[in-house]
Design a protein around this ligand. Structure first.
Ligand SMILES: Nc1ncnc2c1ncn2[C@@H]1O[C@H](COP(=O)(O)OP(=O)(O)O)[C@@H](O)[C@H]1O
Ligand SMILES: O=C(O)C1=C[C@@H](OP(=O)(O)O)[C@@H](O)[C@H](O)C1
Ligand SMILES: [Mg+2]
Length: 167
């Protein structure tokens, strides 16, 4: 089984994904890391050099062309499901799990890690909340196509595993 974690930056896809994979004895794949190793540069540098549109094209290509192990947990990037037909591809190739959180809670988490996220790096803490509210409103219709939605403030590995298995 391939499990794709989706949701806004900061919802915990990378952190929780690694734990979930370890618990299930599945491989863990972080799409952002896969991007960086494929491109040979950091996402920040890639954005600076090529812009967001090129990033989205390359992210989509990598998402769809990677040779995933039979059993794995994939932490996608926050924007990945929201461009091209990526969300359909995800739903056709695995079980999607949306880690849902409020803009205020996301903003709190992201205040620290914003330097490596190009969409946030130039925003102050007040602007981050505003940005998240707008961006999440744009993206919600994609995230809501997930097979399973779970509360990012109360993540429970065993519960989620049961939900995925008995869905
Ligand atoms: N369950 C959690 N509780 C508190 N903080 C968390 C939790 N999960 C992740 N974080 C923190 O939130 C930030 C974003 O987590 P990360 O896993 O990188 O999110 P994503 O991959 O969805 O952008 C990190 O600083 C991480 O340490
Ligand atoms: O939401 C987005 O558009 C992005 C989210 C990031 O991943 P995380 O969600 O793991 O931070 C990364 O792919 C890139 O900075 C763009
Ligand atoms: Mg991540």
């Amino acid at each position: 089984m391939r499990i794709f974690l989706i949701g806004f930056m900061g919802c915990g896809k990378s952190t929780f994904g690694r734990k979930l994979a370890a618990k299930m004895s599945y491989d863990f794949i972080d799409l952002d890391h896969l991007f960086e190793s494929t491109a040979g540069t950091s996402i920040r540098e890639y954005f600076n050099a090529n812009g967001e549109e090129a990033f989205r094209q390359e992210e989509s290509r990598i998402l769809k062309s990677h040779d995933y192990p039979t059993n794995c947990v994939v932490a996608t990037g926050g924007g990945a499901p929201c461009y091209f037909d990526n969300m359909d591809w995800i739903n056709n190739n695995g079980v999607s799990v949306y880690i849902q959180m409020s803009p205020a809670a996301l903003a709190q988490r992201l205040e620290k890690g914003k330097a490596k996220r190009p969409l946030l790096k130039d925003l102050n803490n007040a602007e981050i909340v505003d940005f998240i509210e707008h961006k999440l409103a744009e993206r919600a219709s994609y995230y809501e196509q997930a097979a399973i939605t779970t509360d990012g403030m109360n993540l429970n590995i065993e519960e989620l595993i049961a939900q995925v298995i008995y869905r």
